[in-house]
Ligand binder design. Structure first.
Ligand code: MTE
Length: 317
């Protein structure tokens, strides 16, 4: 359960950011072209597969790394609401209906209430800003996530100056999420970020991956991705966002306060009490492939280290 590393070379990437107009034109062209191809090649009655996010541009924080194999990312997941087995979740999560979906916004903000996810996505220029994102997870992986910076969404709710943290909650429905009938964690799953972490442009809300919708087992329809932190911070199937004055009590911290800190920044120098975090295995690699060295903040030190200036990262792990 952990996200890991990747380095961001902004100067190599600026050319990858697509100007909005170019992007929209390209989008139209691709859609039109796709339509033509389908009309000419696909026999009537056969539904062509057009990937929902095929024309989403690469974002400024993406790194030039090869993506992990899609099959590995979608068939090896952690989703304790369904099971602790990393492969069974693929089948069990199919029972989850991810549309329509509502998100409750509460706490220290002006614009609170229950929102339809479709409306949140539509009524904001969010869709235009979605970009690809690569993230490596103590197994590590590089996932081209599709979504938008979390800050874009949070600003809509106008957090007040009292909002020091943001708490996220996953759906609770033991009829469908059969793992919630047991007590492997305290349900519902809760995660949190400090407000400045949440507003950092690397904190990301994913609605898709690999050009397409987010598979249920990877957290559809709305999943957090915090690429400089261990993977458990990246909470799936979010139904509630609450702005708080005090640090939220998170599911893993409650389950093991000495093992899982609130911050959980990727840090090779802070071992987990039961294992080292200094090396990681790349998901999909053979067991004979040597593990590689973990990078501080998963390789995003240049972007996020300043958030923790002066903090003892061994104490605030
Ligand atoms: N979110 C919820 N609601 N339930 C979970 O069990 N597992 C976490 C995180 N988000 C989890 C969750 C853990 S431990 C990890 S490592 C990542 O999701 C895994 O994401 P992935 O399954 O898409 O690789």
């Amino acid at each position: 359960m952990s996200f890991k590393l990747l380095s961001t070379k902004k100067h190599h990437l600026s050319h990858e950011i697509t100007d909005k107009r170019v992007f929209e034109n390209r989008r139209k062209i691709i859609k039109a072209a796709a339509g033509t191809v389908i009309a000419s090649l696909i026999p009537a009655g056969v539904k062509a597969e057009i990937k929902k996010y095929a024309d989403v541009p690469v974002g400024p924080y993406s790194a030039s790394l090869a993506s992990t194999d899609y099959e590995d990312v979608k068939n090896y997941t952690n989703y304790y609401e369904f099971t602790t087995n990393k492969t069974d979740s693929t089948v069990l999560a199919r029972a989850l209906k991810t549309s329509p979906w509502s998100v409750t916004v509460a706490g220290e903000a002006e614009n609170t209430g229950v929102f339809n996810l479709e409306d949140i996505l539509k009524s904001n220029p969010l869709e235009e800003r979605v970009y690809r994102f690569r993230c490596v997870e103590a197994w590590s992986m590089v996932v081209p996530w599709i979504g938008f910076p979390l800050a874009n969404m949070l600003k809509r709710f106008k957090p007040t100056s009292k909002a020091k943290y943001v708490e996220f909650t996953t759906l609770y429905n033991p009829d469908i999420m059969i793992g919630q009938r047991g007590n492997v964690l305290e349900w519902p799953y809760v995660e949190g970020l400090r407000i400045d972490e949440a507003m950092h442009p690397l904190s990301f809300m994913a609605t898709g991956m690999y050009d397409d919708e987010l598979p249920a087992q990877n957290g559809a329809p709305l999943r957090l991705v915090v690429p400089w932190k261990y993977g458990f911070k990246s909470i799936k199937a979010i139904v509630k966002i609450r702005f708080t004055q005090t640090m939220p009590a998170t599911a893993w911290n409650k389950a093991g306060p000495d093992e899982y800190g609130f911050y959980s920044n990727v840090n090779p120098d802070v071992p987990h009490p039961r294992w080292s975090q200094s090396r990681e295995r790349v998901l999909g690699a053979s067991i004979f492939t040597p593990k590689r060295k973990t990078e501080i903040f998963n390789g995003y030190g240049a972007e996020v280290a300043s958030l923790y200036a002066g903090m003892d990262l061994k104490k605030y792990f």
